[in-house]
Design a protein around this ligand. Structure first.
Ligand code: PLP
Length: 473
């Protein structure tokens, strides 16, 4: 398997998995995509049913990662997906709320959000790839909560990797801050910036925009556009499908709360590989760029000033970075189309597919969409609690709300749980007038000693800090 860019780079020199693993964007600003999706024959699909999560993950991932010797890849996968880290041997267990309605639990990893499933693997893949190429990597990132902690828990203690994570001082929930700041690993640096999340993102842009500094200190990122993350997420669509069906003739619908389009893109890839997925139901919150696209064909990213701060904050995005990969497929995997669309985006602030052959492809792609608001979230959390006796988090509630609107009798609906409610206690209190349950390992989290460095929103100071603490090459 080799990789090309959505915008045409590498067409004549397709890249190996390990070379795209440690890169951010392709040199032309595009995203790495596989040259083609491996299509599973019926017999192959049948052979996957009944596999445990680790064997399933190896079977799927080895289609995308063929430049790591199989025995090494097996060791990496086996070390990643353990009951110790993810709470059960199933890794992503499925529970049935009522006949034909299921919840796929993706949030039982170390930071209680679905991003752990991909990032825990990425941490081990990074360590492996850096060791084989005798390199070190300094990861610089900005977080408003979930991504940063998931990245830190994935990279803690990993050889060759040092993490510098910027967060807006005093603006994360106490639980989120405690999750990050209580890490004492020497390779994790929490920088609490006196400013907003946007300030933190701007600082990252300034520092990584300094090519000399970036190269000298091998600065990299663990952002949501890493193909390794998408590949890792494809696995749980297979696991969820097998758990919800009895044979490979049945089709299912998945409902996915979406922000950067990373999670649901993996569902699209699974479908392209031949998994019998009927519909992928995309749910947004009040930041409804993607719902607008799937309803009208118009893609119009927002500015950060137009982005609402909602009670499902991990979906508060203004533009969906992984969307470009989907558009590459909808344009017939033709990079000239992606280039033209993203050109138009840069010039006019959006594009409109209505009336084009690409829109006809989108209509046939199995996607549906809907939008959920704060009031919907509260009502859904209450309703699910009253009906089924369980508490779901606000993001999962967005997915369930839209999934139930689209549900019909022809296919079972699998709703994806992307976080545990304890991370969003204020919304749970508002909905249910009670505290969310806290997994035992997180008792007293906020009382643990915290380690972080306060810095002003000043790129010079951030660079100076990095310079003093980078991993020795
Ligand atoms: C990141 C995140 C999402 C959105 O996932 P995307 O891959 O960005 O679409 C949804 N819910 C939670 C809890 C998240 O952390």
């Amino acid at each position: 398997m080799r990789y090309v860019s959505t915008r045409g780079a590498w067409a004549d020199t397709p890249q190996s998995f390990q070379s795209i693993l440690l890169e951010g964007l392709a040199p032309d600003g595009g995203l790495a995509v596989p040259q083609s999706y491996p299509r599973l024959a019926a017999a192959e699909l049948e052979s996957l049913r009944g596999l445990g999560y680790r064997d399933l993950a190896l079977a799927i991932l080895s289609r995308y990662i063929d430049d790591i010797p199989p025995a090494d890849l097996r060791r990496i996968v086996d070390a990643t997906y353990t009951a110790e880290v993810f709470g059960s041997e199933a890794i992503t267990p499925l529970t049935t709320l009522e006949p034909g309605l299921h919840l796929l639990h993706l949030a039982n990893g170390p930071t209680l959000a679905f991003k752990d499933i991909a990032l825990q693997l990425l941490g081990n893949l990074f360590e492996y790839a850096l060791a084989t190429s005798h390199r070190t990597l300094n990861i610089l990132g900005a977080t408003s909560g979930d991504t940063g902690s998931s990245a830190e828990y994935a990279m803690r203690g990993k050889h060759g990797v040092t993490v510098f994570m910027l967060s807006p001082k005093g603006r994360m929930s106490p639980f989120q801050a405690a999750q990050m700041f209580s890490l004492t690993d020497a390779n994790i640096h929490n920088l609490a910036i006196e400013g907003t999340f946007d300030d933190c993102q701007d600082l990252v842009k300034v520092v990584t925009g300094n090519n000399e500094f970036k190269t000298r200190h091998s600065i990299g990122a663990v952002n949501s556009i890493n193909w390794g993350r998408v590949a890792a997420q494809v696995v749980y669509y297979f696991a969820g499908y097998f758990a919800a069906t009895r044979d490979n003739v049945e089709e299912v619908d998945f409902a996915v709360p979406s922000g950067n389009f990373g999670n649901i893109l993996a569902g699209h890839v699974a479908r392209e590989m031949g998994l019998p997925v009927r519909r992928l139901i995309l749910a947004t919150n009040e930041n409804d760029v993607l719902d607008e696209f799937f309803r009208t064909g118009r893609y119009r990213p927002r500015t950060s000033a137009e982005t609402h701060a909602t009670s499902s904050p991990s979906m508060d995005i203004s533009k969906a970075s992984n969307f470009e990969r989907f558009m590459f497929d909808m344009g017939g995997r033709d990079s000239t189309i992606v280039r033209a669309l993203w050109n138009e985006l840069a010039v006019t602030g959006g594009f409109d597919l209505a009336g084009t052959p690409h829109w006809a492809r989108v209509r046939k792609s199995g996607f549906e969409s809907g939008r959920s608001t704060h009031a919907d979230r509260i009502a859904t959390i209450r309703d699910v609690h009253a009906r089924y006796g369980i508490v779901i988090d606000p993001h999962t509630a967005d997915g369930l709300k839209v999934g139930l609107e689209c549900r019909d009798a022809a296919a079972p609906l699998v709703c994806i749980e992307t976080a545990l409610p304890v991370k969003f206690a204020a919304t749970i209190r508002e909905a249910l007038r009670r505290e969310p349950e806290r997994p035992a390992a997180y008792e007293g989290l906020e009382e643990r000693p915290q380690r972080f460095t306060v810095l002003p929103a000043d790129a010079g100071r951030v660079m100076m800090y990095i310079e003093e603490h980078v991993a020795a090459a």
